[in-house]
Design a protein around this ligand. Structure first.
Ligand code: EPZ
Length: 427
């Protein structure tokens, strides 16, 4: 650990009680801010979370010459970009720079983007993004550090996506709103964040149907206008809290996300010891803190979300049987498993499947003990926090810079529910 590095000191073993309000979803807000450069008018995205990915997105858009300001939880993009060369660290920092590609090609006709490259959870290629842009008339040239896209005029196209990529769907959707003619996106992503983006684009004057299904139709328009838009609540943060209550026990209420957005997660968690109720925009978890063993496979929405895989993995550590967790979306998203083993967990990963013997099983004595762990990606870090909350004693979670990308004051969120989580600095 380096001096001045921050970590979370967690004293686990306490149940959670209280109510948390979900702010705008990270994975909705990022493409929405990018959509702001599709028009010369002002687009204001409301209820944005205070997380570092939003700060980086704002810096990225500023670097493109657009006028963007933040006023509390509202981010306003007041103009289009003036130039389109997104180089250096900003791109490397965050995958979401790719959302720029479609919006920039649609408005400036040429863009050069440093390749955001892979990250710790996988290679994350961009072939689906680039194939769709080509079909709409863009030329793609690979440079030493990234890609250069140009299109004198973008035209509508029939695009069949080989995989329902969330980012590629968002990129191509934004591009198609200003392309000449009709575009069909087949096998597109169906995540609620796609519907949120399509709703905002419609408020800007775009003509889109089919969002939330596997086929979207877009009729290009000459220009888009401004709007004020409130994104959906963060269903991944909500799912993280569902898993935390499942592990710790207690009564937790979540406002701003409805059970309908987390069906697969609720199905995996619910048991006689964990009941989840709610309506279209709130949830209530009542838990005895006795997670059941699970058999989960991650997949595109509406199936079990890959962004909740580390969190359900953490639940399985405390179950009464053997769990299997299969990761099919990213090829390297089990970094948290080696950290769980430091706690004394009985788990192993073979290819893309994790097998976990829960600590409450009768057949094997497994004792989980508090210890130091280090996050190496955003949702993996959330999983480490949940495991620490479920174990009596003092654990430390390092790598807060990953966690802060997607969780707003994660320590305050859990402390507001009675958890004992303190952010400290290495001296
Ligand atoms: C979005 O990433 C989310 N990020 C991710 O959340 C989420 O895990 C992912 O969707 C899946 O739901 C944002 O929305 C900012 P993909 P994205 O394109 O768009 C492959 C978090 O923790 N693929 O759906 O990058 C890719 O390699 C983050 O909040 C290609 O092969 O995900 C991956 O294996 C992590 N070619 C799979 O598809 C492409 O051109 C899913 O990727 C594009 C993707």
């Amino acid at each position: 650990m380096k001096n001045n590095e921050t970590y979370l000191e967690i004293i686990g073993g306490r149940s959670l009680h209280g109510r948390v309000c979900m702010h705008g979803a990270k994975n909705a807000v990022l493409p929405l801010i990018a959509a702001g450069i599709l028009t010369k008018e002002t687009v204001t995205i409301k209820d944005c979370p205070y997380i570092s990915d939003v700060d980086v997105m704002i810096a990225l858009i500023k670097s493109l010459g657009a006028d963007v300001t933040r006023d509390g939880r509202n981010v306003s993009v007041r103009s289009r970009a003036t130039h389109a060369s997104v180089k250096d660290a900003l791109c490397k920092d965050m995958r979401s720079s790719m959302f720029m590609l479609g919006a920039l090609v649609a408005t400036l006709k040429e863009v050069e983007l440093d390749y955001p490259g892979g990250c710790r959870i996988g290679a994350r290629p961009l072939d689906i993004h680039l194939d769709g842009l080509r079909r709409m008339g863009a030329t793609i040239e690979y440079t030493d550090t990234g890609v250069k896209c140009a299109a004198k005029e973008l035209h509508g196209a029939n695009i069949v996506m080989k995989y329902p990529s969330v980012g590629a769907t968002e990129n191509l959707l934004m591009c198609a709103t200003l392309a000449k003619g009709e575009t069909t996106l087949v096998n597109c992503a169906r995540e609620p964040e796609i519907v949120s983006l399509a709703s905002c684009l419609r408020a800007m004057g775009a003509r889109i149907t089919g969002d939330g299904t596997s086929v979207m139709h877009i009729s290009g328009v000459d220009e888009l206008g401004g709007c004020e838009f409130t994104p959906i609540g963060d269903r991944i943060v909500a799912a993280t809290l569902v898993c935390a209550a499942n592990i710790c026990g207690g009564e937790v209420e979540i406002d701003g996300v409805g059970r309908n957005m987390l069906g697969a997660v609720c199905d995996a968690v619910e048991s006689k010891y964990c009941k989840i109720s709610g309506d279209g925009n709130s949830m209530r978890i009542s838990s005895f803190g006795k997670p059941k063993a699970v058999n989960v496979t991650t997949a595109p929405y509406p199936l079990f979300p890959t962004d909740v895989q580390p969190q359900i993995f953490a639940c399985s550590l405390f179950s009464d049987g053997v769990s299997t967790i299969k990761e099919t979306v990213f090829e390297n998203r089990f970094a948290h498993a080696k950290e769980f083993i430091k706690l004394g967990a009985d788990c192993k990963v073979e290819s893309n499947v994790a097998y976990v013997q829960g600590a409450r099983s009768k057949t094997k004595a497994i004792k989980l003990s508090a210890c130091d762990m280090t996050a190496s990606d955003l949702r993996g870090g959330a999983g480490l926090i949940l495991a620490a909350l479920g174990i009596n004693g003092k654990s430390r979670v390092y790598g807060t810079e990953f966690i802060d990308r997607g969780y707003e004051s994660v320590e305050d969120m859990f402390c507001s529910l009675g958890g004992n989580v303190i952010r400290k600095t290495v001296r």
